[in-house]
Design a protein around this ligand. Structure first.
Ligand code: GTP
Ligand code: SPV
Ligand code: MN
Length: 595
């Protein structure tokens, strides 16, 4: 096919990349239902997709990745700025020239025998002041079909591109799916992303982490807005008042679950309603009213499957019943799917995520249970399927944010919730976030690592500058959102979660919103304001005796110990770490001494 566009920059770039990758054919993705269906049929023929039971799961498919290609590979992910310093100590760095050279060798002829798809996509409603356009070239039908769920893709975007010239150039090839020839490269100064050798979501759906966080965070600093790894949700109280919050938790730490929670039985106030705006990414700007407004640039969820069931996340269970692409889950004999922690009984047998026969209770050579689904197996599903989807998804100005919440998995340290003293202290609490590692990226699960604002793997530039940018943003707002910190993952001495989490988290959000409205007193501690136990509505929920007290404890010794880790982390940024954060550090140290 000849590719037609009046945008010369686009045309020249596509031709150049095609000369490099040498596809047999080039196909433009127009966003039509007919084209999507044709691609699904081809993907089934090629083995990229397995059609699931269409009576029980209409429009649903299963995909399996290579066994060594199941999560983001952070050690193969690079920020390629001219100066190494601009990538900062938080990123892997390669020089742009070196990175292009290295990747070009892998891309050379990589699409031979394949079709190159051109996907014009918009992050954010087409034409909105928030929106950014990208064009992804890929040789993977799986990528095309996922991008059609996750982004606004097709003709409308191409038409927009006739009006504006600027777009992120995204090149992806599966090449040989060889982990030794895998590179995820970002060239923020060229507005370019090159990804090769992978077929896993976060590495290849280039509109997601690569554009909407790494490249967008770089652009956002210049244009004075924020690109964040945050969910956005609306909480409508029983009197009909609707407040929006944005929350940053590291990968696989509960954003998706919180974003669509169903209010628990028994709260004193009945009739809360949750409106899901987004589950992973928030783009936020100061609008003309001096408040912070946010959009979710995506149109779908790429969510963690294991643990999703009608108790933990009933809205998601409803969402993934149709039009969903499942990746690396167990295939049952009836053509439906299953994962560890799904509804219903554990199946007797099936085909595991690697395509091998699987039986209930199976163990490996060392006696460890063999999982049917991979721990980072996921589903790709449209946000409009979600029963709690916000009615404001298409609004060009997004939603106003009342509170920002940071959180992570901390077994011992952080209490259930605390409020920071002010914006600067809030930025400190975000900058010093830490969490135990999960399966969302390759590495040692359970190890504690610092993950500021849940952006460690996603900030496309030096995090020292990033903290400065956050501090500056606060000064530009008339009434900045209050900043809170939560931890759903504190455990007792037997390792059992003290807090039931999920639906019950609304009880904590209630306190947060009451604090925003100045409706409730709090206890001042060295780390921030904590709730009095009586101020968290516990009607209808019984915790073990003393559990709430344990959840709200602030251990001076543990926090003093924590300061050491924070200091080490901060020191890496040398002169780039804003002085204000050292001030917060010493102020916290003083407060801890004086208790
Ligand atoms: P990414 O998509 O990787 O960015 O993850 P996420 O932050 O959206 O995490 P998600 O909501 O998918 O949750 C990940 C895991 O945390 C799942 O296994 C959940 O069951 C578990 N989880 C979520 N919320 C809670 C909670 O409140 N308490 C506990 N104990 N576990 C939770
Ligand atoms: C995450 O790891 O934070 C995800 C999944 O949301 S991925 O798209 O793979 O990054
Ligand atoms: Mn994420």
């Amino acid at each position: 096919m000849k590719f037609q566009t009046h945008n010369k920059k686009l045309k020249d770039w596509v031709e150049k990349m095609a000369r490099l990758c040498q596809p047999d054919d080039i196909v433009l993705i127009n966003g039509s239902a007919a084209q999507k269906e044709a691609l699904e049929i081809e993907a089934m023929a090629s083995g990229e997709l397995i059609q699931l039971n269409q009576e029980k799961l209409p429009g649903c498919f299963l995909h399996r990745t290579a066994p060594d290609d199941v999560a983001r590979t952070e050690h193969l992910t690079f920020i390629c700025t001219k100066k190494k310093h601009d990538a900062g100590p938080n990123n892997n760095w390669m020089s742009p020239a070196g990175a292009y050279r290295k990747a070009r060798e892998i891309f050379k002829g990589a699409m031979r025998g394949r079709t190159m798809y051109i996907i014009p996509f918009s992050m954010g409603p087409v034409g909105s002041p928030f929106a950014k356009i990208g064009v992804e070239l890929t040789d993977s039908r799986y990528v095309v079909l996922n991008m059609l769920v996750m982004t606004r893709a097709g003709d409308a975007v191409l038409r927009q591109l006739e009006k504006e010239d600027n777009f992120t150039k995204c090149l992806h090839s599966k090449a040989g799916l060889d982990i030794n020839k895998r590179l995820i490269l970002h060239f923020p100064e060229d507005n370019t992303i090159w990804s090769v050798g992978s077929g896993y979501g976060g590495n290849v759906l280039l509109g997601k982490k690569c554009l909407s966080l790494r490249v967008a965070s770089f652009i956002a600093r210049k244009e004075r807005w924020l690109a964040e790894h945050m969910l956005i949700m609306g909480i409508e109280d029983p009197r009909g008042r609707l407040n929006y919050i944005a929350a940053a938790f590291p990968s696989a730490c509960g954003k998706t679950n919180l974003a669509m929670l169903v209010p628990p039985e028994g709260l004193k106030k009945k009739g809360y309603r949750i409106w899901t705006v987004g589950d992973d990414i928030a783009w936020m700007r100061v609008d003309s009213d001096g408040a912070l407004w946010a959009i979710n640039p995506e149109t779908g969820f790429f969510g963690v499957a294991p643990g999703t069931n009608s108790k933990t996340n009933p809205n998601m269970v409803e969402t993934v019943k149709k039009d969903t692409i499942y990746t690396n889950v167990l295939l049952k004999n009836d053509g439906t799917i299953w994962w560890e922690g799904a509804d219903g009984p554990v199946p007797l047998e099936g085909v595991d995520w690697q395509g091998r026969p699987w039986r209930q209770g199976m163990v490996d050579a060392s006696g460890k249970p063999v999982c049917g689904a991979h721990a980072n197996s996921r589903f790709t599903t449209p946000i409009t399927n979600c029963p709690s989807a916000s009615f404001r998804l298409e609004q060009h100005h997004g939603v106003p944010i009342s509170a920002i919440i940071f959180g992570g998995r901390r077994q011992y340290l952080a209490p259930l919730v605390y409020e920071t003293f002010n914006w600067q202290h809030g930025v400190f609490s975000g900058a010093t976030m830490a969490s135990e590692r999960t399966a969302a990226a390759s590495g040692q699960v359970g190890e504690v690592r610092r993950d500021p604002m849940a952006m460690l793997p996603f900030c496309g530039y030096n995090m020292g500058y990033y903290f400065r940018h956050w501090l500056d943003m606060g000064k530009r707002m008339v009434k900045p959102p209050k900043i809170f910190h939560v931890n759903w993952f504190r455990t007792d001495k037997h390792g059992k979660f003290l807090w039931p989490g999920f639906t019950e988290n609304l009880r904590v959000l209630e306190w947060i919103l009451d604090r925003c409205d100045n409706k409730v007193e709090a206890v001042k501690t060295p780390i921030g304001y904590l709730p009095q136990p009586k101020d968290i509505d516990m009607t209808g929920l019984k915790l073990e005796v003393g559990a709430m007290e344990k959840l709200l404890e602030v251990h001076t010794e543990n926090w003093t110990e924590e300061l050491k880790g924070i200091k080490k982390f901060f020191q890496q940024f040398k002169k780039d770490l804003p002085e204000e954060l050292w001030q917060e550090y010493y102020a916290l140290q003083e407060r801890l001494k004086n208790t």
